[in-house]
Write a protein that binds this ligand. Structure first.
Ligand SMILES: C[S@@+](CC[C@H](N)C(=O)[O-])C[C@H]1O[C@@H](n2cnc3c(N)ncnc32)[C@H](O)[C@@H]1O
Length: 281
């Protein structure tokens, strides 16, 4: 990728016409729209009775994330865990696919700062304003397309071309998630951690706080892509942990679902690629 193409990747308009976008709001006359009315009323009543308090810690970053997560959203119940999981990986490079208003970016920029890691965020919309972290790079474009330019991008930015933490939170569609996994998996480091949001999307889904999450039905798009990659089956409505084909897989059904894959062993080809063994070992 030459400099002109890289500039295109970082700033110019994405080919958003060819990118499938999920629905923003359910039509008021659809099942989701009708179900959302009593659900919203119930949630408001529940929140007025059970107010959420952010616990204090000795970490400024953790406290900031806990305060931020007090605002209910489609991801608030995962933010603290995304922070601790990222720290545990001690990453050099974090890649975030799907930025929108920057809730996940808020978490990753804090974890990145504590590890002196580089954070690369990708979105088809312009989200270049959401972070001021000095080692943050925002790329406006399609995340699958960008994966093919990633090694060149890293060379030009002097970043190691190997991703330690990958966060996927984009269209939630099956076809697109399959492509994301195919495109980004070869770029993952030996200690890869991949976090997927929206692995249990329903019109009305469970939350840990006793309220209900209102979403849309993505026909198991994200979790089905993971199942196929791992050649396994996951009941996304339950808490789940297993070791499958070299990955530790943990799944939480709450708040639209969240699934984490940690690489625990490599195939011999992968081990050679990561420099863990040489070809004649
Ligand atoms: C659910 S939002 C992300 C939420 C964000 N992670 C947060 O915590 O607030 C999904 C985002 O993915 C972006 N997106 C959808 N398809 C994409 C694609 N093919 N490539 C890059 N970004 C995409 C959308 O523009 C949208 O901003």
């Amino acid at each position: 990728m030459n400099r002109t193409v890289l500039a295109t990747c970082e700033t110019a308009s994405a080919q958003s016409t060819s990118v499938a976008r999920p629905p923003l709001f359910a039509s008021p006359w659809s099942l989701g729209g009708i179900a959302s009315i009593p659900t919203r009323l119930y949630n408001a009543l529940h929140r007025s009775v059970f107010t959420k308090r952010a616990l204090c810690s000795r970490s400024k970053e953790l406290d900031e994330i806990r305060r931020f997560a007090q605002q209910p959203s489609d991801i608030d119940e995962h933010l603290e865990m995304m922070f601790t999981e990222t720290l545990l990986c001690r990453p050099n490079v974090i890649v975030e696919l799907g930025v929108r208003g920057g809730a996940s970016t808020f978490v990753f920029e804090r974890a990145a700062a504590l590890c002196s890691a580089t954070l690369v965020s990708v979105d088809i919309d312009d989200c270049s304003f959401v972070s001021h972290y000095p080692q943050w790079h925002f790329v406006k474009g399609d995340d699958v397309e960008f994966a093919s330019h990633f090694p060149e991008f890293c060379r030009m930015k002097n970043i190691a071309p190997s991703v330690d933490v990958l966060f996927i939170d984009t269209s939630h569609y099956y076809d697109h998630t399959v492509q994301e996994i195919q495109a980004w998996m070869p770029l993952m480091s030996a200690r890869a951690k991949i976090m997927f949001h929206d692995t249990n999307m329903r019109l009305v889904g469970p939350r840990k706080d006793g309220c209900f999450q209102i979403a849309w039905d993505n026909q198991r798009g994200v979790i089905r892509s993971i199942e196929e990659y791992l050649s396994t089956e996951i009941d996304e409505s339950e808490v789940y942990t297993d070791c499958v084909n070299g990955w530790l897989v943990r799944h939480s059904p709450y708040c639209n679902g969240f699934t984490i894959m940690d690489r625990v062993s490599c195939s011999s080809d992968e081990a050679i690629r990561h420099g863990l063994v040489t070809e004649n070992q």
